[in-house]
Every structure is written in structure tokens, then in C-alpha cells.
Ligand binder design. Structure first.
Ligand SMILES: [Zn+2]
Length: 283
């Protein structure tokens, strides 16, 4: 990692002195999602201009298709920040050079993280790509950005995420189910148990469509009182997730919304805190 950091710093310095017309001396960081942009901004401060390929909070990053301009911007950036693991492969696999990429998970093909978890900088849960809800992943990526950007510091990230894992760990034990496995990393420090029926979970982990039998099992589990909290991802809505939500509401089960990106367009750290607050208030 040390060697990579040094080469990244060297590239940035080289970028600063290059005489291409587009180069006005500004260090540019391009990220896949607004979450990594928020992380990069905290670390880089005034040292870099940070832009995210995705800016619309209503977009599902799983199915994002970057424009030619997005790809060109990333190719011209000094640093590209992604989550990796296949989630934002649409950005890193479009790059002509992956040596300037900072990532939490290996830059693997989509859907192959479970078999290729060895290169990850954090513990991979079940081949799950939603790694930005892992506080350690946020900090590791922040440190890598700081290492590549002379003068930058990841210390403020630790401040912003400080207490998140402890608050989650202090939640009273619950059995929960998810319409999409968005909360594996977020809830990992807690004593919560994921009771999402296996077939449904496996299908959504691979972003496949659960079967009608999987849905029936999910609805049965809710009716039987086996689910105490429903985690609902409003950015991956389907007819199935609508029926699951309705069943949970009919049963009086708390429904906690957790999005791929801040659904209200707020900053990531504010959003993350509000999700923890929701869990504390309603679960
Ligand atoms: Zn997702």
C-alpha cells in the first residue's frame, strides 16, 4: 500500500506540473457516488476539486450508466475514489488506467466479490458490496486519499464517524429483515440478527429477482411475528418490496428506510447519523 500511495502522490504532483490545456493546477478527484465524494471532500478540503459521477439522489447506483463525459472526467482526474467490489464497476472498469483508483474493495467484476474478497481492506460480509456503511471502510479510504494528497488529513473523518459503531452496538437486540441487503455493514457491530428468508436474501445479494416462493416466505415470516424490524431500501423499490412493506406496516412492525445514497440529498455523515437515530428511536 505504501508504494501505491507514493506513486499516487507522484502522479498528482506530475499532474500539477503537466502542461495539458485542461490542467490548470487544480487537483481533481472523481468519485462514483456522492458518498465517496463527501468522504473525499472531508479529507481533501481545499486541496482538490471533488465531483461525483452520480449526483441525483433518486438514482439507483446499481443500475447507473455513466455518460461519456463522466468517463472522460474520471480519466482526466488525478484520483478516482470508488467503493469497489463490483458495485461501481461501471466507473472503474471504464478507466484507461486503474492505478489512480482508491477503493475499499477489490476492483472485481460485478457479482464476483464473494470469490474475490481476499484483496479487500475491510472484512467482507457475504460478498456484499454496500461497504460504505462500514465505518472502518470509510476511514481506510480516507487514509488512502490522504496518503495520495500531500497536506491532506483523514483525521476529521474519524471525528465525523466517531461513536457511530458504538451507538449501533448499543442497540437492543432485534430480529430484522431487509428488502435489499443494504445494512449488513451498518448493523455488523450490533447484536441484531438478519432473519430475511435465505432465498430472498441470496437473490437480492446478487441483485437478482427473488422468486414468488421467496416472497411468500418473507410475507409468512412477517405474519408469523418472526421479523421485529424491516429495513427498507427506497432506492431499490419493486412491486415485491412494496408488498413486503405493506405487510410489515399491517403488522405494526417498524420500517426503517436506508438508501444506497442519502435519499434526501443530504450529506453522507448527516444521513448516516439520521439512520442511526431512526434505529434508536423506532427499533
Ligand atoms: Zn444496493
Amino acid at each position: 500500500m505504501k508504494r501505491l500511495s507514493i506513486s499516487l502522490a507522484a502522479l498528482i504532483l506530475a499532474g500539477c506540473s503537466a502542461s495539458t490545456p485542461a490542467d490548470d493546477g487544480t487537483v481533481r478527484i472523481v468519485t462514483s457516488t456522492p458518498i465517496w465524494a463527501d468522504v473525499a471532500r472531508v479529507v481533501a478540503g481545499d486541496l482538490a476539486e471533488v465531483t461525483s459521477a452520480i449526483t441525483d439522489p433518486n438514482v439507483d447506483p446499481h443500475h447507473f450508466e455513466p455518460s461519456a463525459a463522466d468517463v472522460a472526467r474520471a480519466n482526466e482526474a488525478d484520483l478516482v475514489v470508488v467503493g469497489g467490489g463490483g458495485y461501481d464497476a461501471w466507473l472503474y472498469q471504464a478507466l484507461s488506467d486503474q492505478t489512480r483508483v482508491v477503493t475499499a474493495l477489490p476492483l472485481v467484476d460485478h457479482g464476483t466479490l464473494a470469490e474475490n474478497a481476499a484483496g479487500a481492506k475491510v472484512k467482507v460480509i457475504d460478498g456484499n458490496e454496500h461497504v460504505w456503511y462500514d465505518v472502518e471502510a470509510i476511514n481506510v479510504v480516507g487514509q488512502d486519499i490522504a496518503a495520495a494528497l500531500p497536506g491532506a488529513s483523514a483525521a476529521k473523518l474519524e471525528e465525523l464517524t466517531g461513536g457511530f459503531a458504538e451507538r449501533v452496538a448499543a442497540l437492543p437486540a432485534r430480529k430484522y429483515a431487509q428488502t435489499e441487503p443494504i445494512a449488513d455493514y451498518l448493523l455488523a457491530p450490533s447484536s441484531w440478527k438478519d432473519v430475511t428468508p435465505k432465498g430472498f436474501r441470496d437473490a437480492t445479494l446478487k441483485e437478482g429477482e427473488p422468486s414468488v416462493a421467496d416472497l411468500a416466505r418473507f410475507l409468512d415470516a412477517i405474519k408469523a411475528g418472526e421479523v421485529e424490524v424491516l429495513i427498507y431500501n427506497p432506492q431499490t423499490k419493486t412491486d415485491m418490496t412494496r408488498r413486503i412493506r405493506e405487510a410489515a406496516e399491517a403488522q405494526g412492525i417498524p420500517v426503517i428506510e436506508i438508501g444506497e445514497t442519502p435519499v434526501d440529498g443530504s450529506g453522507f455523515f448527516t444521513y448516516y447519523e439520521s439512520v442511526i437515530q431512526d434505529l434508536e428511536d423506532h427499533a
